[in-house]
Design a binder for this molecule. Structure first.
Ligand SMILES: [Fe+2]
Length: 103
């Protein structure tokens, strides 16, 4: 992460973060549509997790816009990716038993 941030200008990093935010938003919206058509009982807590992750991503974008130092942005991106991986493993996989309801 830090290598990417260090080797690209702010505009390129912002563009990459914007693409990430777009993909993230699509993914969260897809999941939240799934929650709406199933009886998944943890939808409210899951949506709060999405809100926290959106906030983290926007905070990092804001840091890039303010031209914070690359090591801060790189470390923040690393923490964000780690949080996303944990979300997928610990939270997203929790709705697998409800997938049959959406078919
Ligand atoms: Fe999720």
């Amino acid at each position: 992460m830090a290598g990417f941030v260090d080797s690209h200008d702010n505009a390129s990093v912002l563009s990459a973060i914007d693409r990430l935010l777009l993909l993230l938003e699509r993914h969260f919206q897809d999941e939240e549509r799934f929650f709406a058509v199933t009886s998944y009982p943890h939808a409210p807590a899951h949506k709060i997790e999405h809100r926290v992750l959106r906030h983290m991503a926007r905070h990092i974008r804001g840091a890039v816009e303010l031209s914070r130092d690359g090591s801060f942005v790189g470390l923040s991106l690393r923490h964000f990716v780690q949080a996303m991986v944990e979300h997928i493993i610990e939270i997203d996989l929790g709705y697998r038993p409800y997938l049959h309801e959406a078919e």
